[in-house]
Design a protein around this ligand. Structure first.
Ligand SMILES: NC(=O)C1=CN([C@@H]2O[C@H](COP(=O)(O)OP(=O)(O)OC[C@H]3O[C@@H](n4cnc5c(N)ncnc54)[C@H](OP(=O)(O)O)[C@@H]3O)[C@@H](O)[C@H]2O)C=CC1
Ligand SMILES: O=C(CO)COP(=O)(O)O
Length: 334
């Protein structure tokens, strides 16, 4: 049997990192939107736009042709942000061979529909196994070889096990799971939690506050995940609590950084202006809030963060709003 080939779609920080890592195991083709960037990656083994100064695997090749990227793929990993996910997938779809698994590496819901990315995959590529790769995986840390772990969740465990072998390296441990919903909800909501934690840091609160924000944020994530059909244990693992911790404490996190800047008086537009990088938590707060409302899930942190980033509430007002949470037992509290 020939070695399976992987295609990674999206040459931002995370797509480039996954592609470089997997290139140790199998032939990988990385799709970049800009032909110039694709040529640079293939020729110089570096992505100057997103990961300057970090050498990539010498065997990694890139292309700007979606047809070429999809044509030979035995697995497709989608690493474009949620706002571009469906459109890129629709363009890719005619070129993907039947039954090839498609894995989302994005963290968020689709704007407008609030669908999970694996649902978008199922709609655009019906019949293909659709799943998700997620975890506490700040791209630069993973690329530079600092030990990390992720979860690949597919509805069929045997497919997840096959993909696990393509992605894992000595320092990047990949676990398998079948709870696609729980993993996807965790990846989206942790971005909202990270904005909240950054906001708390920016307001000058302490480590106790940060721990409270993370734990209560994960409680909201868990309630929402369960209401959507996920397993509560998933939210306590790498892709829920684990990622909420990494993103809420790391200076590398764009979501945490956004929260800090808002707390220091910037608007979302001012805080993100000039950055070509994606901050998924802005869209994820609106979607998570709408999903929580629709499903009758108590989610005060998500509600307040959405009010700040999408509706003009100030961080101080949001903080005061959270002080009015009703007394309750820890397991039922908002
Ligand atoms: N960075 C990280 O540490 C991690 C990120 N993630 C998730 O991965 C996803 C991608 O994030 P990340 O790689 O960090 O993002 P970056 O901001 O680093 O890069 C964004 C990528 O998406 C491409 N892109 C943006 N808009 C479009 C569009 N309309 N059509 C086609 N391509 C587009 C960009 O192409 P171009 O350069 O041409 O604009 C670029 O390749 C997000 O959902 C994120 O939450 C998950 C784990 C870790
Ligand atoms: O998802 C991530 C780490 O797991 C990246 O987080 P940011 O998008 O906040 O940088």
């Amino acid at each position: 049997m020939r070695t399976p080939r992987m295609t990674v779609v999206g040459a931002g920080s995370w797509g480039t990192t996954i592609a470089s890592l997997a290139a140790r195991n199998v032939p990988v083709l990385l799709w970049a939107r800009e032909p110039g960037l694709a040529e640079r990656i293939t020729a110089t083994h570096e992505n100057p736009d997103y990961l300057a100064g970090h050498p990539l695997h010498p065997e990694l090749k890139a292309t700007a042709s979606l047809a070429a990227a999809a044509d030979q793929a035995d697995v497709v990993v989608m690493a474009v942000p949620t706002h571009a996910f469906r459109q890129v997938l629709a363009e890719l779809a005619p070129h993907v061979r039947p039954w090839v698994p498609v894995v989302s590496a994005a963290k968020g819901f689709e704007e407008g529909t609030n669908k999970r990315m694996s649902e978008v995959i199922a709609e655009e590529l019906p019949g293909h196994p659709a799943g998700v790769l997620s975890g506490p995986n700040l791209a630069v840390e993973v690329l530079t070889g600092l030990a990390a772990a992720a979860v690949i969740a597919m509805p069929d465990l045997s497919v997840a096990q096959r993909l696990q072998g393509l992605m894992r390296t000595r320092l990047f441990r990949v676990y398998t799971a079948t709870d696609v919903i729980g993993v996807e909800v965790g990846g989206a909501v942790k971005n909202v939690v990270a904005i909240a934690a950054g906001m708390a840091d920016g307001l000058g609160t302490g480590d106790n506050t940060r721990a409270m924000v993370i734990c209560r944020g994960v409680a909201e994530m868990t309630r929402l995940g369960v209401a959507m059909g996920g397993n509560p244990a998933t939210c306590a693992g790498l892709t829920g609590l684990g990622d909420a911790i990494a993103t809420s404490i790391s200076p590398l996190s764009r979501n945490r950084s956004l929260g800090m800047q808002i707390a220091r008086g910037k608007t979302v537009e001012e805080a993100t202006h000039g950055s070509h990088m994606v901050t998924e938590g802005v869209r994820a707060s609106r979607a998570s809030h709408e999903l929580a409302e629709k499903l009758g899930v108590d989610a005060p942190i998500i509600r307040e963060i959405n009010a700040v980033v999408n509706e003009g509430r100030t961080p101080q007002e949001a903080f005061r709003g959270l002080l009015h949470v009703k007394p309750a037992t820890e397991s039922e509290a908002g």
